[in-house]
Design a protein around this ligand. Structure first.
Ligand SMILES: *Cc1c(COP(=O)(O)O)cnc(C)c1O
Length: 479
């Protein structure tokens, strides 16, 4: 068991880079505001600190360590080039309050990122302000609400959400003050058109469609879906967090959608996870653009760049310009791949997922038949009934094969679900190794189920008490 940094502390040990007292603090801060006791910080040498964090880093698994097919998260390799762009001093060492004349390049980056993302989604305007996917959903729904209210359509207060939607969709609709109507999927995993027709009406504000949906399927009836909703007077929202499967190939705007959000921290080259900065830009058709949140970067007539607050703006949804450096990486990614490269990445992600799905379907049951998009969902319900080995056991066993488990128990509409998203950045060799591991685990489930209940055996931490951790969390040192 590794130690906490506080346990490594030894009184008096430190790294002395700075002089003891660089300024006479008392000169600047009123004495009653000064700390009376020293902060209880760990006392370590630089060497101790470096070793501590290196040890912790070795105990975790990232995209740089190995296969990481976490469904719905697009944990792909992000080119280092885009990181290098985002740390250029002209992008990093700026302040949001400095004069516009001194940040012309940054405004240009934002204006161009907005333009390309609008082109990619088939929308007329884009805001970069939302900080994540769910935040983009919330923003998009506020746009819809502001528009409906401007039209006097106050009775339109329901959002229709298919049961194959990402869980954030109904949550965002509720947060935005709507009530949610759930529409079940049909046998093949598509929106049931008859049930959708029955659900729409004078109270429909909008439909929120996750596409490809959480089963990894592109809804083949998508044009009929948007028509049914529009004919009933509602708007159509596209959850574009899964855009990696279709970027450069089809555009939500061409399929009848009025609003879309993207996850730059999935599709567009920002590492995803660990709660790091993300970005969930929202694109919309021109009739919704007057309501967009603050600070749209724009090119003025004289060729300089400034920013614009749309006339009927819903206000700021985040401070200043959103997570600007994420937009820098996205623009760098878009420009280096080009239109053909983006489309090729999407096609490869779909090919990789189907290649792996085909191999695994030799043993595992898939949640639905036919081709998948960038990810697929397996159901281990039968395996569990026959052997007692659960989706959790399989996920834990994969850790012993040096790979990250897939997403577990999601989507909720599939029992004992495992959701696998290999991404376009994995080689055929990696996919073949992964397939071997999954198939070997399946054989072990049939011959020696007990060994899987005890997995993982080779990781620094074995099977953890997840119920205990959730029910009786120890959140602070010393508890
Ligand atoms: C990841 C995801 C979201 C939520 O994005 P966050 O950035 O985690 O808020 C929404 N919808 C889908 C389909 C997603 O995969």
């Amino acid at each position: 068991m590794s130690m906490l940094i506080f346990e490594r502390s030894s009184a008096g040990r430190r790294l002395s880079i700075l002089p003891e007292k660089p300024v006479e603090i008392e000169q600047y801060i009123p004495s009653e505001c000064l700390r009376r006791q020293d902060l209880d910080l760990p006392q370590l040498s630089e060497n101790d600190i470096s070793r501590h964090y290196t040890e912790l880093a070795k105990r975790s698994h990232g995209v740089n360590d190995g296969f990481y097919p976490l469904g719905s998260c697009t944990m792909k390799y992000n080119p280092k080039l885009n990181e290098a762009m985002a740390v250029l001093p002209g992008f990093c060492d700026i302040h949001p309050l400095q004069p516009l004349a001194s940040i012309q390049g940054c405004l240009q980056v934002m204006a161009e990122a907005q333009k390309y993302l609008a082109e990619i989604t088939g929308m007329d305007a884009v805001t970069l302000q939302p900080g994540a996917g769910a935040h983009g959903e919330f923003t998009g729904l506020l746009l819809i609400k502001a528009y409906l209210h401007s039209q006097g359509q106050l009775a339109r207060n329901k959002i229709i959400v298919p049961d194959s939607a990402h869980g954030t969709n109904p949550a965002s609709a509720t947060m935005a003050g709507f009530s949610v109507i759930n529409v079940p999927s049909d046998e093949e995993g598509y929106v049931d058109l008859d049930l959708l027709q029955a659900a729409v009406g004078d109270d429909t504000a909008a439909l929120m469609l996750t596409n490809p949906n959480t089963l990894g399927r592109f809804d083949k009836n998508i044009l009929q879906i948007t028509k049914i909703v529009h004919d009933a007077g509602g708007l159509c929202y596209y959850d574009g967090a899964n855009l990696n499967a279709v970027v450069g190939l089809v555009r939500p705007g061409d399929m009848g959608f009025d609003v879309v959000h993207l996850n730059l921290h999935k599709t567009f080259s920002t590492p995803h996870g660990g709660g790091g900065p993300g970005s969930g830009p929202v694109g919309c058709k021109s009739f919704l653009a007057p309501f967009l949140p603050g600070r749209l970067a724009m090119e003025e007539e004289d060729g300089t760049y400034g920013w614009l607050l749309p006339e009927q703006s819903i206000g700021d949804v985040k401070a200043f310009y959103g997570n600007f450096l994420v937009a820098v990486k996205a623009l760098s990614y878009i420009l280096t791949l080009g239109a053909d490269g983006l489309a090729a990445a999407a096609s490869q992600s779909v090919l990789n997922a189907n290649y792996l799905m085909k191999q695994l379907s030799a043993s595992y049951d898939m949640a639905c038949d036919g081709l998948c998009m960038h990810e697929f969902v397996m159901s281990l319900e039968k395996l569990k009934q026959q052997t007692g080995v659960s989706a959790m056991d399989v996920a834990k066993a994969l850790l012993d094969y040096q790979m990250h488990p897939p997403t577990m128990y999601f989507p909720l509409i599939v029992h004992e679900a495992l959701m696998v998203e290999p991404t376009e950045t994995e080689s055929k060799e990696t996919l073949d190794q992964a397939a071997q591991a999954y198939l070997e685990i399946y054989r072990r489930a049939c011959s020696d189920p007990e060994s899987l209940h005890k997995a993982p055996q080779t990781t620094p931490v074995g099977r953890v008490d997840e119920v205990g951790a959730a029910r009786n969390p120890r959140l602070k040192f010393g508890d």
